[in-house]
Design a protein around this ligand. Sequence first.
Ligand code: UDP
Length: 239
Amino acid sequence: KAKDRKYKRILLKLSGEELMGDGDFGIDPKVLDKMALEIGQLVGIGVQVGLVIGGGNLFRGKALSEAGLDRVAGDHMGMLATVMNALAMRDALERANISSRVMSAIPMSGIVDHYDRRQAVRCLANNEVLIFAAGTGNPFFTTDSAASLRGIEIEADIVLKATKVDGVYTADPMKDPAAVMYDRLSYDEVLDKKLGVMDLTSICLVRDHGMPVRVFRMSKAGALLNIVVGDNEGTLIEE
Ligand code: UDP
């Protein structure tokens, strides 16, 4: 018997890099299929899932501007990259028989729906997996900010931020073997210690609205389901 869910509605943030698998650019459909199955398990126990996917596997405005492109043009490209990732994820979900929908902050008639908060809440209540694409629709923001924003708008119980490491550490665990993972942090600790787990805009948004965030490693088998049934995985950021 499946354990009882702790959360009724979640906002899951996946970075674009999560979709690359072992590659260093683009999308690995096998990774998407695996994610679709894990998301399907959540839907199976009655969890409503909103998804924000980044675009860093394709384009980032900041990197493009450092290479000489106009920043706003680069950010527009970054946002379009998130739409491509969302289409790939929708495809993986549909192939796994999980009903889903993409809503973009930038209207793109004929390809995806335009974001509408009331409709979004209706879709979620109808157990459709809802993918929020094109970030916030504005340059100079990130998809972390979009995750905080949409999480708050749809009144999610929690924002789950998937990363490559198990949680938030005292230092970069890839570089510093003495780094220790936090089980819990307050919003202010994240800001004071400059932990850089999310950008300032996104952390301020969740802090101002008391939205809890859990940082965890998506590639850890079962981690996502564990969190949703109330187990301790990764780092919880809250008041
Ligand atoms: N972006 C933007 N506004 C937003 C969200 C994203 O301009 O509200 C652009 C920005 O250029 C960003 C890119 O889209 O670098 C991809 O998003 P992000 O870097 O957050 O992706 P991730 O690191 O999560 O893969």
